[in-house]
Design a binder for this molecule. Structure first.
Ligand SMILES: Cc1cc2nc3c(=O)[nH]c(=O)nc-3n(C[C@H](O)[C@H](O)[C@H](O)COP(=O)(O)OP(=O)(O)OC[C@H]3O[C@@H](n4cnc5c(N)ncnc54)[C@H](O)[C@@H]3O)c2cc1C
Ligand code: FES
Length: 276
């Protein structure tokens, strides 16, 4: 029986790393998204795909973000000593992040949470995400490709200009299938038919998603009807981010019963069968 990262995780609850990292890049990618790269010491780069950092967003004008904001790891490069994030500017916290310039300091806590499971015998994982959800799946795609595993990604967005990470995925050798609302092929029915074809004809044996309730429900259905291993990285409002305050608790089905689990500490990655 496959052991998930939850079962294998031997990470101690503490210590937590809090560091001030120098911003190297914080550039717009398109009208909504920005790419942030910070320099990071080794202890921060001991991380896994699917984990996240909690970023301190300084007050900026009328924006007074109180809590840190959780951000998935978009990339980590131990040789270059860099950590990167891809974020959508939505409110006070991310507006504050957007104001950072090269050379500024960014206070980060992490890496946090439980990341994705990469089963040794998986031969064709399928990554499905919409918008910025793809940021969370990028390091997973890189890890599979480093193992030489055939990987396919269905990238969904409202329009072609908002499709994220397509070039990055392609550069990694991932086959990308873009779907957009504008082209009319991003609806649940169309994506389900596409996935069913990939399962039947190309032996997809792993399903991963992030950030969309609709896609999570769809992948859970496909996972259960074909008995395919699958995981989702959930996004949930957080306060402490380290498992103490219970602000991020959701009900899950685990060990045959409904359990309240903390998305920040028990996740953010969960098996699709556990999501209610
Ligand atoms: C584990 C995790 C990883 C994440 N990774 C990324 C990432 O890689 N890139 C990215 O752009 N965003 C990511 N998010 C979402 C990001 O944390 C929120 O967009 C951010 O906190 C918004 O802060 P804000 O102050 O700019 O906006 P706010 O003013 O706080 O909120 C703006 C809008 O976003 C919603 N929102 C706020 N926080 C969250 C949240 N935690 N989850 C879901 N919706 C939220 C609010 O309901 C509101 O509609 C992640 C969230 C989690 C929990
Ligand atoms: S955010 Fe505090 S327990 Fe999860």
């Amino acid at each position: 029986m496959l052991k998930t990262n939850h079962e294998l995780s031997s990470r101690p609850a503490f210590p937590l790393h809090q560091r001030t990292c120098e911003v190297k890049v914080n550039d717009p990618v398109n009208s909504q998204y920005r790419y942030l790269v910070v320099s990071a010491p080794d202890e921060l780069l001991d991380c896994e795909p699917g984990q996240f950092f909690h970023l301190l967003c300084e007050p900026e004008g009328d924006d007074q973000p109180f809590f840190r904001r959780p951000m998935s790891i978009y990339g980590f490069d131990r040789d270059r000593g860099e950590l990167s994030f891809l974020y959508k500017v939505t409110g006070a916290g991310t507006r504050s992040l957007a104001s950072l310039r090269a050379g500024d300091g960014l206070d980060v806590v992490g890496p946090l949470g439980v990341g994705f499971t990469l089963p040794e015998d998986m031969t064709h994982p399928l990554l499905v995400a919409r918008g910025v959800g793809l940021a969370t799946l990028a390091p997973l795609a890189r890890a599979f490709r480093q193992r030489g595993v055939k990987t396919t990604a269905i990238c969904s967005a409202r329009s072609a200009d908002l499709l994220m990470s397509v070039e990055l995925f392609e550069a990694l050798g991932v086959r990308v299938i873009p779907v957009t609302d504008a082209d009319g092929n991003s609806g649940t029915g169309a994506i389900e038919a596409l996935i069913e074809r990939l399962v039947a004809e190309e032996k997809v044996d792993g399903l991963y998603t992030c950030g969309s309730k609709r896609l999570t429900t769809l992948l859970k259905r496909v996972s259960s009807s074909h008995g395919i291993f699958g995981e989702v990285a959930l996004e949930q409002h957080m306060a402490c981010g380290v498992g103490v305050c219970q602000a991020c608790v959701l009900p899950f089905s685990r060990d045959g019963r409904t359990q309240d689990l903390r998305v920040c500490r028990d996740g953010p990655v969960f098996n699709l069968t556990e999501v209610l």
